[in-house]
Design a protein around this ligand. Sequence first.
Ligand code: CS2
Length: 504
Amino acid sequence: MTAALTRTARLTAATAPAGTLLHHRTLTPTDTGIVHLGLGNFHRAHQAVYTGAALAHEQGSWGILGVAGRSTAVADALRAQDLRYTIAEVSPDGMRCTIPAVHTGVLVAAREPEQVQRALAAADTRILSLTVTENGYTYSPRTGGLDLDHPGVRADLRGNRASPQTTLGRIVRALQERAATHGAPLTVLSCDNLVGNGDHTRRLVEEFVAHLPTGEGEEAAAWLAAGNVTFPNTMVDRIVPATTNAERSAVAAALGVHDEVPVPAEPFTMWVLEDRFAASRPAWEAGGALFTDDVEPYELLKVRLLNGTHSLIAYLGALTGCDTIPQSTAQPFVTEAARAVLLNEYLPSLTVPDDVDLDSYVAQLFTRWSNSALGHRTRQVGSDGSVKLRQRVPDPALVHLRAGRMPHHLALTVAAYLSCLAPARGFDPGEHAAAMSDPARERLAALRARTAHGPSFATAVLEDGLLGDELREHPEFPGRIGEFVDLIHTHGPQAAAVEAAHSA
Ligand code: CS2
């Protein structure tokens, strides 16, 4: 925090400028209807904003108790600010500040596990929502099922009910408690970028319950089977980078108060949900949320066109020294590769929903990626690629491979990822690649240490299950990935992108 910032009064309920509030009721803990796991920037600029609009539209006990996993910084800052924070919506045209004021409390699961479990199990909690990132679901990219080798999962399956370590453990222990006590129905609402996120969460929950020691899970299993818990699928979309001092200063200048935890976000936002709520829901449509019976076409559109292309932009950008997505997209060869993967490889793998105008959707994507006022970092989008690419690449790749076509730009995406995360000895992928975190980093490095030959390396990586099992039928795909890995190492990412464009 700079000296100038510390002299400004702190944002609190009393100092929040009235004109920035999304609604005007002061919520108290008894207004809690939602407990949300994952207090990161995405939740605070997405679901919280829709909830503010819903509360402005109609009153209801839909306040949110936000739960951070391990980090105490945001939770403690929010407590010091009466749970107020600012959304700094930034575009090249300027900044607009709003304050959702929808939280009724904050907890940190690692610090206050018992309070978290009590809140999740409370009868008044009607929605348990989560944004814990793809990596937070402790599933195995290889099988798609619960990762039974994960130390947290192992501990939670054996451990006590009061202080689980994993998200799945927290959910299941709460469901057991609900089943054994009041039995009040609950909606578990995944808001992460997983295809079929609700179905996926349900499967993992059921698997977790089935793996509990004999005598422990039967009651919850029967209660779940009786339909007391629903898991709607959702598609969530808003580009929300990490907070920097630039937003703290800009918010202080705009509002005259110091917010330690403002959230930068783009103007665009979209939320599509299945309307399957076990115990009602806020009027999120007041904020523009779309309710539909079939979310899948929207999810595929978003996870492939936006997220899939985003990964390619992030890895090519990091390899060319770009700190941010807009810097990466400003390079013509990156835009060209992004356009090719999006239009020629992702698009033919899905059906565009009727109400989406494809041309303007695609044009808007490129505008969003070029939002230089936002500064979304390549290292942020590039992190956890082992879990993200599993959602984005294999199914579209299989569509082409089964039709006898090589998806060169999907292969380039994986090659750029591998070059960032597990470079061959002597190749420096740069500081932005080095800063990417990924649960598979060590495993990939170990596979890389065995061979300098790109195709052998890529084959070993896919054999190891990075992209699931189905691609095994197509050894030509890792072969192509490996050729691009070698090209990136010898001639650079641009040469690899040119080769992909010529082959397509
Ligand atoms: C990004 C997403 O980090 C990533 O993988 O692709 O966080 C993306 O910014 C959001 O899904 C946009 O809705």
